[in-house]
Design a protein around this ligand. Structure first.
Ligand code: PMP
Ligand code: GLU
Length: 442
């Protein structure tokens, strides 16, 4: 590979074994298929697609003239505004010094994975990018299996066992990644589970990277609690605008660092990394983010409304799976469900489907359903789990998505919202049920 192309020669470190992001490449593939006129039900990408709130759009337009490089950690006014927002929304005592911004929380995560600890501990399953980032910076990953019958909550005993095994083998697991609401499972950690994990992390002197990008998309059965509320000195909480305000392409993320000298040292490290890679978040986006974090009542209402729409759409998909007899844990935040098709291993094997990748391919080819295999999230390939996202169905075009918001504002009744305005969601759910019925009766 290295010599096959002549110059350039590819570096082995970091690149070797690195795969394209499963989420982004499936999205590209579905868009290509749509471009060829093919019918595909896109359950494969987690992108909140509601329109930009008019006040935030106006702030971006009003700041197009902002063209200078800004401080690497973000303008002070924005860091102050975000600190206030986190205090009001999440009861977190945050000073503006602790707030850093970056081009998407993904970039900040990468910088943190680079800066902190020797090895990562990841729940299995976990979002696609944590393991590839660890891979890029040459840090081993210790996977801790989680179970659907425990709502995918990390078990402290399992966590300890994996850490001990690693240490017995000269390993040094020091950074624990938590993600609630969760991608891919759609579940949330209860306040008690957050406390227990935070206390465990403190005892073990682990650094916690708490990915809270879906915090404001919690469906409200379970309140969102950050481990930083219990273990501020050892937690970095990550957030951004991609999910609750549908601004993924604007690339705005933030991290709340620990207070005190440790947080200050980490801020300096992140400043060095940011200064050497991305310099700062795009200047107009920083000024627009000021409005997004200002507690404007219209923006707040819009966030609630979008979250209710995600909740209704995701629960419809979940109900469809349950009614078809597919084991699946009830979602409580974000827009994902993570069903298992293990109980149909035998009929699937007869169709040459042996792995989750085979299953995702089979559904795409035979039912036009685009999904992601659990293996993309670190699950063993033979576990027949899939991640389905409700976020793209019936939001495929700007017109559709604008009209969804309009009709929901006029009539927020969940049943009518689905029945009258979600043909793709209903058809995708019907196709899943047909697939399961075919496995039973063919
Ligand atoms: N964490 C999780 C769990 C995600 O699903 C995403 C989605 N892209 C991100 C982080 C990164 O989001 P962004 O870089 O857009 O802030
Ligand atoms: N977070 C989204 C997903 O899991 C997609 C964007 C990304 O992976 O960066 O589908």
């Amino acid at each position: 590979m290295t010599d096959r192309y002549g110059p350039p020669r590819f570096s082995r470190s970091g690149l070797r074994g690195l795969k394209p992001s499963a989420t982004l490449s499936l999205n590209d593939r579905v868009r290509e298929m749509w471009g060829l006129g093919l019918d595909v039900y896109h359950l494969g990408f987690g992108e909140s697609r509601f329109p930009v709130h008019p006040k935030i759009a106006e702030a971006l337009r009003a700041n197009v003239h902002q063209r200078s490089y800004l401080p690497a950690m973000g303008i002070w006014e924005l860091r102050e505004t975000i600190a206030g927002f986190y205090h009001r929304k999440f009861r977190m005592d945050v000073s503006p010094d602790q707030v850093v911004t970056g081009p998407g929380s993904k970039s900040l995560l990468y910088a943190l994975v680079l800066a902190l600890g020797e090895e990562l501990i990841l729940p299995q399953p976990s979002w696609v990018s944590y393991a590839s980032q660890a891979h890029m910076v040459g840090k081993p990953v210790n996977w801790v299996p989680t179970r659907p019958d425990r709502d995918y909550v990390l078990d402290i005993g399992d966590l300890l066992r994996v850490m001990e095994d690693s240490r017995d083998n000269w390993g040094n697991p020091e950074v624990l990644v938590l993600n609630s609401p969760n991608n891919p499972t759609g579940t949330m950690l209860s306040p008690d589970a957050v406390r227990a994990l935070a206390e465990f992390a403190r005892e073990q002197r682990l650094m916690v990277l708490s990915d809270e990008i879906y915090a404001l998309t919690a469906h409200c059965q379970v309140p969102h609690v950050s481990p930083a509320q219990h273990y501020p000195e050892g937690t970095v909480a990550l957030g951004g605008l991609s999910k609750h305000l549908s601004l993924g392409g604007w690339r705005f993320g933030l991290a709340i660092l620990p207070p005190g000298p440790a947080g200050e040292a980490l801020r300096q490290a992140l400043g060095c990394i940011a200064g050497s890679i991305w310099s700062c978040v795009a200047a107009p986006v920083q000024y627009a983010a000021l409005v997004a974090y200002s507690d404007d009542p219209d923006v707040d209402n819009y966030i609630d409304q979008c979250t209710r729409m995600h909740s209704i759409r995701t629960h419809y998909l979940y109900q469809g799976l349950v009614e078809a007899g597919v084991p699946c844990v009830e979602p409580s935040g974000g827009f994902y469900v993570f069903p298992s098709f293990d109980r149909w291993k035998d009929p699937l094997a007869e169709r040459d489907v042996h792995t989750a990748d085979d299953l995702a391919m089979y559904l795409l080819e035979n039912y036009q359903l685009a999904t992601l295999p659990g293996s993309a999230f670190g699950c063993p390939p033979e576990e027949l789990c899939l991640r389905l996202s409700s976020s793209y169905l019936d939001t495929e075009s700007e017109e559709k998505v604008a009209s969804l918001v309009e009709v929901f504002t006029q009539d927020p009744d969940p049943a009518r919202f689905i029945e009258n305005h979600h043909p793709q969601t209903r058809e995708a759910t019907t196709r899943i049920a047909e697939f399961v019925a075919d496995l039973r009766y063919e």
